[in-house]
Design a protein around this ligand. Structure first.
Ligand code: PLP
Length: 371
């Protein structure tokens, strides 16, 4: 996927990268000049493992505003991206043979992170309303005993769907009843195209949920900055694990993000980013309506970066991916997003990075291949 991204001759629906149009070049450079001129040393120095006090306060404040709950000081830590939060959860809690439940499909990086601890990954399907909590409940009552469950409730990667409100409540109740930890990945939560956010799982059950968040899609991934918030005893374990991972997230990124939040710039950027991604999403959905044959289905995201295509049974997404490259279109075959190797009938289409003016052409090429 990353190799495709480097090929300028391809119309790429492959990577889940943010659009560089959203990068705050001017403001980042103004802040750097300020830090240098004021003689600030914090931004250039090592930071405490949990994070610098100012950036922690800024993130806690955002959680309070956006999710209605302010974490206590011993519940929050700053990580080097959400993927590090998953790694720290793995290091702290997972032993060989432990059961981790994931959505089918789910984020490839999470499958890789949990696999590296030699766990058994159990997949529970999702539908247009997110994780099928009924199915999870059935399996739990049949004896399934996971140590943790990983979910992306908002604008999921790769499926572009969100978890229904009523399922959110039932999911955390199941975690409390059966004693497993929920790992909630909110990578796309702030990139909703609508105003009516559903409650985060962490806000519903702060005793049973660790939330992994990232600034990669809302600020810029070059700083590798995220957070983990969860029960104080869990958070303490993550801090201990971080001490022998990278010891601290980069102070420079932390300070840049803190100032970005304090000056209200993050909200301005989010308004701009949401409308850009919404426009790109609409363009892709219209192109799909226009060009795709009957029998092919896709999800209609209300935020985030992805739509998920379901092909007729006879087709194989991996073959289609190879043929698409010959027509200068990059897509990602569904198989990459399933822990059990299924997904041959699915394709992930990302509209976040592709040049807006090429979306129609790219989808037409893909549709002509499918014909
Ligand atoms: C669901 C999900 N979680 C986490 C990440 C990675 O976040 P970060 O850049 O903060 O490591 C991504 C990036 O693609 C993602 O899609």
């Amino acid at each position: 996927m990353l190799a495709y991204l480097g090929r300028p001759d391809l119309i790429s629906f492959a990577g889940g990268f943010p659009d560089p149009l959203t990068f705050p070049r001017e403001r980042a450079s103004a802040l750097l000049r300020e830090f240098a001129a004021s003689g600030e040393s914090t931004a250039f120095q090592y930071a405490p493992t949990r994070g610098l006090a100012g950036p922690l306060d800024a993130i806690a404040g955002r959680l309070e505003t956006l999710q209605g709950r302010r974490p206590a000081d011993d519940e929050l830590l700053i990580t080097s991206g959400a993927i590090e939060a998953l790694e720290l959860v793995g290091k702290s809690f997972l032993d060989r043979g432990d059961i981790v439940v994931v959505e089918a499909p789910t984020y490839l990086g999470a499958i890789m992170a949990f696999r590296s601890f030699e766990t058994e990954i159990v997949s529970v399907p999702l539908d247009d309303g997110g994780l099928e909590v009924d199915e999870l409940e059935r399996r739990l009552s049949d004896g399934l005993r996971p140590k943790l469950l990983y979910t992306i409730p908002d604008h999921q990667n790769p499926a572009g769907v969100s978890l229904l409100r009523e399922r959110r409540r039932r999911l955390v109740e199941l975690a409390q009843r059966y004693g497993f930890l929920v790992v909630e990945d909110v990578a796309y939560r702030e990139l909703s195209y609508e105003d009516d956010a559903e409650p985060s799982l962490w806000s519903l059950a702060p005793d049973a949920v660790v939330q992994a968040g990232t600034t990669s899609k809302t600020f810029f991934p070059g700083v590798r900055l995220g957070w983990a918030v969860g029960p104080a005893d869990v958070s303490a374990q993550l801090v201990a694990a971080k001490q022998n991972t990278d010891q601290c997230a980069g102070a420079l990124g932390q300070r840049l993000f803190e100032e970005y939040v304090r000056r209200g710039w993050i909200d301005e950027q989010l308004t701009m980013s949401r409308s850009l991604y919404r426009r790109k999403c609409d363009r892709m959905l219209s192109a799909l309506e226009r060009w795709m044959q009957p029998g092919i289905r896709w999800t209609r995201p209300r935020g985030g970066f992805f739509s998920w295509l379901t092909l007729p049974e006879l087709l194989d997404a991996a073959d289609l991916t190879k043929q698409a490259v010959e027509r200068k279109v990059a897509i990602v075959p569904g198989q990459l997003f399933f822990a059990d190797g299924s997904g041959a009938a699915n394709v992930r289409l990302s509209f976040s990075l592709v040049d807006e003016t090429l979306i129609d052409d790219g989808i037409e090429r893909l549709a002509s291949l499918l014909e």
